[in-house]
Design a protein around this ligand. Structure first.
Ligand SMILES: Nc1ncnc2c1ncn2[C@@H]1O[C@H](COP(=O)(O)OP(=O)(O)OP(=O)(O)O)[C@@H](O)[C@H]1O
Ligand SMILES: [Mg+2]
Length: 599
């Protein structure tokens, strides 16, 4: 043991500044690559570990600077006139990151070393202590530690999920694979009610998690066990719905349509027997209504002509009877050009061109998932066969761990709005259902957002960016964890990125992106960011809550209580929920009534 220590000793501490240590390497370190127990070590690589034994415990640090740059200023001044005094010595700076007592390694240090303390190389045996010791119940294996294939890399899922995480890296750096590895490992863990929702704009995950996931997709291939993705338009907030149609509307006309929508939703709660207080119904409420009928009525009002001026009871006879279902307008005798009868509707809003764009979109088959969402399509009277509870039950209550919403068939210009809305629907659901057994606290959810920058790019006020920001800020209280996956970290909102407790940074070539990632990482570890451009595919630097120590790892490759306390993800997931549609009906009613509990 003692000889080992001598073998591993490489220098001594010259100065201590908070948790940064300056180390002078001994003159007698003969080689930068000593061999210990037959294994070659390299001294002082950026990102490598160094040990400071202090009696019964060992402190560990990460090298973050080497060479001349690491020489303390006062020493630089001292030797300015005589550089030969130090030229035989090497210097390095390290950041203390954790402490080992016995076989246990903890992040953070409780003791401080002092000048003159010796520093040692970290051997494989030490690394086993550092990287070992994860609790089997709440950790998963995702790869191996880069410096040693024999060391498995683990992460703590409770922290990963509840404190949010971000997978960042240039295209092709291995983000999707890394996410797949994590999801797969969670799915294989034997949890009974773990739930993960992947919002997948490119349909990347369909095959990776095959037997562990349900895939919802536009124009689903049922032979491939995909299910049809429906996103009922009536669940969209009013502005998102209206935003789908082109054509400008004045604020006044927007209000006019908003009121018409509210009236339809009010009728609908009666007809569908929806339990909801009328005062709470707004154009944003997730209540079914017939958009075709809305269109038809608005359109009819614009087209009407009158036999007598300004007398709305004297509507002219229709020339052709329209058909709301087929989106055919009523036709009236045209108003006379000469100022005589028939007269124009002087109350018309002048929104015919908007209504026409609406009609085109309603007929467009690429919007079928939205405007004719299967059993969620209201008839002209606003009756629906299936309410949103059924959809939520499918998305959130499935018997497989992962649900993938493959949005690849959605027209690109409405993608952000739709995916933002989906996210909002889910977050609202879990927020209002928080006290239920299917709410986020009792059954936490992990939401993976591929191409996460798209949600935030749309601007501060969009549903998508508001929702992502809300989840990032307060999701953990309600058991909603986010995984943001993006190749453009610089387009993510800084506050959102800084809410991510765990950062998984893969290869990243763009310096602007790197500087954003650096900003989200503990100051002392900035130098590790300089490694990012040189990482291999599937290799990443993980830092933050889910790992004990910032680590450079190689991912496996996939073959195919008090209100604000964090829910314990793995403990909750271990429980059976036996959720039924009834639970989701109850949940929907709570959401609509904006209540957390039934009275
Ligand atoms: N850990 C790994 N080991 C070996 N190969 C890997 C690893 N991770 C990813 N790859 C390979 O690298 C390629 C790109 O991986 P992946 O699709 O995960 O990248 P990405 O970062 O998601 O890219 P994009 O931003 O374009 O979506 C794939 O062909 C994949 O097989
Ligand atoms: Mg990808």
């Amino acid at each position: 043991m003692i000889t080992n220590n001598i073998q591993t000793e490489i220098g001594e501490i010259i100065s201590v500044n908070g948790n940064i240590l300056t180390v002078q390497l001994s003159d007698n370190v003969k080689s930068n690559m000593p061999v210990i127990d037959g294994i070659v070590y390299r001294i002082g690589q950026i990102g490598s570990f160094i040990k400071v034994p202090l009696g019964y415990s060992n402190l560990y640090g990460i090298v973050n600077q080497i060479g001349a740059a690491a020489i303390p200023d006062n020493i630089k001044e001292l030797i300015a006139d005589d550089y030969s005094k130090i030229c035989n010595n090497q210097w390095l700076n390290m950041v203390l990151v954790g402490e080992q007592v016995g076989r246990k390694f903890e992040r953070g240090v409780y003791q401080s070393p002092t000048t003159g303390d010796k520093v040692h190389l970290v051997t494989i045996k030490d690394l086993e202590v550092i990287y070992g010791g994860y609790n089997e119940n709440n950790s998963i294996e995702i790869g191996n530690i880069s410096v040693s294939v024999s060391l498995t890399a683990k992460i703590n899922i409770d922290k990963l999920v509840s404190r949010h995480c971000a997978f960042l890296g240039s295209t092709g750096s291995g983000k999707s694979n890394a996410v797949g590895v994590v999801l797969n490992a969670i799915a294989n863990k034997g949890f009974k009610s773990a739930r993960i929702l992947v919002i997948d704009p490119h349909g990347e995950y369909n095959s990776t998690l095959k037997d562990k996931s349900y895939v919802y997709k536009i124009r689903a291939d049922s032979s491939n066990q995909e299910k049809e993705l429906h996103i009922p338009y009536w669940a969209l907030p009013f502005n998102e719905l209206i935003g789908i149609f082109t054509g400008n509307l004045t604020e006044q006309n927007k209000e006019y349509i908003r009121e018409a929508v509210v009236a339809k939703k009010l009728e609908s709660i009666e007809k569908n027997g929806i339990n909801m207080e009328k005062e709470l119904v707004s154009a944003d409420s997730p209540i079914p209504f017939s958009i075709k009928e809305l269109w038809f009525e608005l359109d009819d009002f614009e087209r009407r002509t009158f036999k007598e001026m300004r007398k709305i009871e004297t509507v002219t006879e229709k020339i052709t009877e329209g058909d709301a279902k087929k989106l055919v307008s009523n036709e009236y005798p045209p108003a006379s050009a000469g100022g005589g009868s028939p007269f124009l509707n002087h109350q018309a809003k002048g929104i015919l061109s908007f209504l026409d764009s609406m009609r085109l979109k309603l007929k467009d088959s690429t919007y079928k998932f939205l405007f004719e969402p299967g059993d969620y399509t209201p008839d002209l009277e606003s009756y629906v066969k299936q309410d949103l509870s059924n959809l939520l039950y499918e998305w959130l209550g499935g018997d497989k761990t992962v649900t993938i919403l493959d949005l690849s068939g959605i027209p690109s210009h409405i993608m952000t709005s739709i995916s933002g809305t989906v996210l909002k629907i889910i977050y609202d659901t879990l927020f209002w259902g928080q006290e239920l057994k299917i709410g986020g606290k009792k059954q936490p959810i992990f939401i993976v957002l591929e191409e996460a920058h798209n949600y935030l790019k749309a601007g501060e006020k969009s549903v998508s960016s508001k929702t992502v920001q809300a989840i990032a800020k307060e999701g953990r209280k309600y058991g909603v964890g986010l995984a943001l996956v993006t190749q453009r970290p610089s387009e993510l909102d800084e506050t959102v990125l800084s809410q991510c407790g765990t950062i998984i940074a893969l290869r990243m070539n763009n310096s602007k992106d790197r500087s954003y990632v650096s900003a989200a990482i503990q100051d002392e570890l900035q130098s590790m960011m300089s490694l990012l451009p040189s990482l291999r595919t599937g290799e990443g630097i993980i830092s933050g809550e889910a790992v004990k120590i910032p680590s450079r790892i190689q991912f496996h490759k996939l073959s195919n209580a008090p209100k604000s306390s964090d829910p314990e993800v793995s403990t909750e997931w271990m429980k059976e929920t036996n959720a039924t549609l009834e639970d989701y009906k109850n949940l929907l009613s709570l959401w609509r009534n904006q209540k957390l509990k039934e009275n």
